[in-house]
Design a binder for this molecule. Structure first.
Ligand SMILES: [Zn+2]
Length: 347
């Protein structure tokens, strides 16, 4: 492939920290080697024009924990376990930065992201996918903020002290359980005060509306799609999309084939047109200024037409063929994320 001619991509979600920390992950140093496993490492990112994004800290349930809540979710995590695991994955992120020779930076402001994109330094936003590690006194929130935390998903697909996530179901509404707890409302207020971005992906619908009613920041779903085209509990209904638009927030397109396709099939043969159709729908519903990417690289099954991060230019090319011109492609690729983060973080 020749030089990537498309605008650099800043992306709403990846799980590379989880992959690197896994049994065959290779740790922080594996991020600098071109691998054939998973989706994301530095050499492949450069080939694909991936300039950075949200790096998620996600905590798996302990293996021995096999029971389910009455609504079919894994039970809440032990907070001490979740905090220990979160610190470990956050340390992996900082080890990558330390070993990167200036090629990878953990960013805390929108200006830093823009500088990184301009200088071809990979920009990483520290994101917690679920507030399971946060105590209700919000001590951990304050300490992690000082360490660089700038984005927080209230939940993953399990309950915690603050809210409840959705189990993944097809042809079922995301209205699957109760909304925010009182501690959840406090957490939203604290995130607003600290100017930590709140991510509504994985949240059930009542939790979404509670956040929408409370938050002073734009509503952001880092890695979700349109329910109208794929009726998964993980996707956003039209009224939710309208609320995101009204708040001047945004949606990052999730590349998981089972959240993209009308039949939700886990089929790696899914054509790029299915992704383009989702982008078309989201842009039509919320506007070209409020859609970006939230690939979920290293977390989900994606189309083999993309394959891994090095295949991003094929998606950009499909969008160009569909009629998205240079300015629209820049917005989708990174400008919308930088704009929403500047608005949320204040600098
Ligand atoms: Zn996720």
């Amino acid at each position: 492939m020749g030089r990537n001619v498309f605008p650099v991509v800043f992306d709403g979600h990846n799980d590379v920290l989880l992959r690197l920390g896994g049994p065959d992950g290779g740790g922080p140093s594996a991020f600098f080697e071109r691998g054939d496993q998973g989706h994301l490492d530095l050499p492949r990112a450069r080939e694909g024009g991936f300039g950075g994004g949200f790096f998620a800290v996600w905590i798996p349930s302990p293996k021995e924990q096999t029971e389910r809540t009455p609504r079919g979710l894994p039970p809440a995590l032990d907070a001490a376990y979740a905090l220990r695991r979160s610190i470990a994955d956050t340390a992996t992120l900082f080890r990558i930065e330390n070993r990167s020779d200036g090629k990878f930076r953990v960013v805390r402001t929108a200006a830093e992201i823009q500088r990184c994109l301009d200088e071809e330094v990979m920009a990483a936003v520290l994101h917690l996918e679920g507030a399971d590690a946060i105590d209700t006194d919000l001590d951990a929130l304050r300490v992690l903020y000082r360490a660089g935390l700038r984005s927080l998903g209230l939940v993953w697909g399990r309950p915690n002290a603050f809210a409840e996530g959705v189990a993944v179901h097809f042809q079922r509404s995301p209205d699957t359980g109760p909304g925010l707890t009182e501690a959840g409302r406090e957490l939203v207020r604290a995130c607003n005060n600290l100017r930590i971005m709140i991510d509504v992906s994985h949240l059930n619908e009542r939790g979404f509306w509670d956040v929408a009613a409370l938050t002073e920041a734009p509503l952001v779903a880092t890695h979700s799609n349109a329910y109208a085209l794929c009726a998964s509990t993980r996707n956003l209904t039209d009224p939710q999309l309208d609320a995101i638009a009204a708040s001047d927030g945004m949606i990052g397109l999730n590349f998981a084939v089972n959240f993209l396709r009308e039949d939700a099939a886990r089929d790696a043969g899914t054509p790029l047109e299915v992704m383009v159709r989702q982008i078309d729908y989201l842009v039509e519903r919320v506007g070209i200024d409020r859609v970006g990417f939230g690939s979920d690289f290293d977390g989900v099954l994606i189309s083999q037409e993309i394959g891994d991060v090095s295949g991003l230019p094929r998606l950009m090319s499909a969008l160009r063929h569909r009629g998205y011109e240079d300015q629209a492609l820049r917005k989708l690729a990174h400008e919308n994320w930088v704009r929403v983060l500047r608005k949320t973080w204040g600098e």
